[in-house]
Design a protein around this ligand. Structure first.
Ligand SMILES: Cc1cc2nc3c(=O)[nH]c(=O)nc-3n(C[C@H](O)[C@H](O)[C@H](O)COP(=O)(O)OP(=O)(O)OC[C@H]3O[C@@H](n4cnc5c(N)ncnc54)[C@H](O)[C@@H]3O)c2cc1C
Length: 506
């Protein structure tokens, strides 16, 4: 069995009925042509949003064909709502391919902490029309296929097998550009073979982005977080039963220093284990670990060797070439995601890193896409530089706050304390939000990145051009952003300490 269940390949994509994806109305042509590097969630969503706003788009991707790699992710309510309202033709497909699991939390030694129960949403009003009614848990491959079909239907070209080796911009000629190395192309090797230019280049090339040189004048590599992720697909038939109420069932076993996730869905099951990294972990899906080694590891990592039987079954059921150890990379929040003349800009993991326990990397990638396309719509072709800078201004603090929430979730699953387990209500706003494992924050799920861009574009532009006061309102109310680093936060979290944060993060 291959490591990742093959949900589709290129020929499958050709066979699919693409007319089933009804497209929304497109804004009149903006005259802006955009080159997008990377066909992950960020690149594909950026392609669709830019198309909808009347920009011309071409996507290039280094893999020779559409990729099926990756695990499940949760599509957040603000993105699901965006799809429902702005892409009604996709909404039905999105509902059909998403699962709505309930979750059980256990101590790593097996005792149930809570569940099975649905994730809950911080809310003050049950009649709130924005209040999410379900969870959207997606298999990455199926979600990407849905986006790819819409991309095709829109007539957006994706060229596979094109690897960017670096980015540049020419402010005088008002273009961004990339140097490419054709994967398997006639020239082969590592030499630069081609350049491509556009009014704007969007780097959606993931955590290993080649863009930092063009943005910051030097490379800012993502560093190892010190943690890594073991992630296979066991397809354990007998654990793939839904709950009696029909909902799929996710299990999470929490720390110390290890957390294990198992999700059983309608047609696939997956497990993943986050743990302290060792030197065997690779930086991409590649460093295979034998099943016996993983069993040995969990036996010694789990206190008193009280490993729940179910976890052992999951690991044992995995083919010997089926487990990879994936080093998790972090880059401190970067206030600047665009080049000086605004002709190359980063979105998604290229712009910001998230640990998987955050459950937010893909969502922030798609928020980026929506915000950028909308800012370009407001600015128009003669103001690309300012539109990109406004987008940067509207996004940076919000993303940094989302990264911080990711760390609070990381703490609760890797370094849980007794208060994490009992989940009291927060009595003071200076404490972090309690039980983020099971509760989604209102400031996150109630956001509308498109409306926000239209509402705040003018004020942000005045701020950038004249220094007029500007305050983002898409972050926790009452919080003043202060720069922080992953190193500082990790040090606190690994000591089991809470972070003192101003404002209402719930
Ligand atoms: C186990 C796990 C669980 C997760 N759970 C969640 C979740 O619940 N919710 C959530 O929101 N997020 C989740 N995430 C995070 C989410 O998967 C990522 O944040 C998301 O995939 C980022 O999308 P992206 O398009 O920016 O980058 P990527 O998905 O990395 O895509 C980048 C694309 O660019 C291409 N590329 C790279 N370099 C080049 C180049 N030089 N030239 C051309 N093309 C290139 C790559 O081949 C790839 O197709 C999870 C991640 C993991 C690992």
């Amino acid at each position: 069995m291959s490591f990742h269940k093959n949900f589709f390949d290129e020929s499958d994509l050709d066979r699919l009925e693409i007319t089933s994806t009804e497209l929304p109305q497109r804004s009149p042509p903006s005259g802006i042509n955009i080159l997008i590097v990377g066909a992950g969630p960020a690149g594909l969503f950026a392609a669709l949003e830019c198309w909808r706003k009347g920009h011309d788009v071409h996507v290039i991707e280094r893999t020779p064909k559409p990729t099926t790699a990756g695990d499940h992710f949760t599509v957040a309510p603000q993105i699901a709502r965006h799809i429902n309202t702005r892409w009604p033709g996709l909404a039905q497909q999105n509902d059909a391919i998403a699962e709505d699991p309930w979750v059980s939390y256990h101590k790593i030694t097996g005792e149930l902490i809570k569940g099975p129960a649905p994730l809950s949403w911080k809310n003050d009003d049950d009649d709130d029309p924005l209040l999410p009614r379900r969870l959207y848990r997606h298999h990455r491959a199926k979600f990407l296929r849905m986006l790819m079909l819409a991309v095709r239907r829109a007539g957006i070209e994706i060229t596979y097998g094109r690897r960017v080796v670096d980015y540049y911009e020419d402010g005088a000629r008002q273009v961004g550009g990339v140097h490419l190395n054709d994967v398997g192309g006639s020239s082969g090797g590592g030499e630069i073979t081609t350049t491509m230019e556009a009014d704007l280049v969007i780097a959606a090339d993931g955590v290993g982005t080649k863009l930092h040189g063009a943005v910051n004048g030097h490379d800012i590599r993502a560093e190892s977080s010190g943690y890594s992720l073991l992630a296979p697909y066991p397809e354990l038939e007998h654990y793939m039963r839904p709950l009696d109420n029909g909902h799929p069932h996710m299990h999470i076993w929490v720390g110390p220093e290890i957390s294990i996730y198992f999700g059983s869905y309608s047609d696939v099951a997956s497990w993943a284990m986050m743990h302290k990294a060792d030197e065997t972990a690779g930086e991409s899906w590649g460093a295979q670990v034998p099943v016996e080694k993983v069993l040995e590891f969990v036996d010694t990592a789990i206190p008193g060797r009280l490993l729940p039987v179910m976890i052992k079954d999951l690991i044992r059921s995995t083919p010997d070439d089926g487990i990879v150890d994936w080093k998790l990379m972090l880059r401190d929040p970067q206030p600047r995601t665009a080049s000086a003349a605004g002709r190359v800009v980063q979105v998604g993991d290229s712009a910001h890193t998230f640990l998987p326990s955050s459950g937010d990397g893909a969502n922030q990638a798609m928020e980026d896409a929506i915000s950028l396309a909308s800012c370009l719509h407001v600015g128009g072709r003669s103001n690309i530089e300012w539109a990109v800078k406004v987008h940067n201004k509207l996004r940076f603090e919000r993303v940094a706050c989302a990264q911080m929430v990711g760390f609070l979730r990381f703490k609760q699953t890797m370094y849980p304390s007794s208060s994490d387990e009992t989940s009291p209500s927060p009595s003071t706003t200076t404490k972090p939000p309690i039980d983020l494992r099971t509760r989604m924050c209102r400031w996150q799920w109630s956001h509308d990145p498109e409306q926000y861009a239209y509402d705040r574009y003018g004020a942000a532009l005045r701020h950038l051009q004249t220094g007029a006061a500007f305050k983002n309102t898409n972050i926790p109310r009452g919080y003043e952003y202060k720069p922080w680093t992953f190193g500082e936060v990790l040090a606190l979290v690994t000591q089991g300490k809470f972070l003192e944060l101003d404002g209402d993060w719930s």
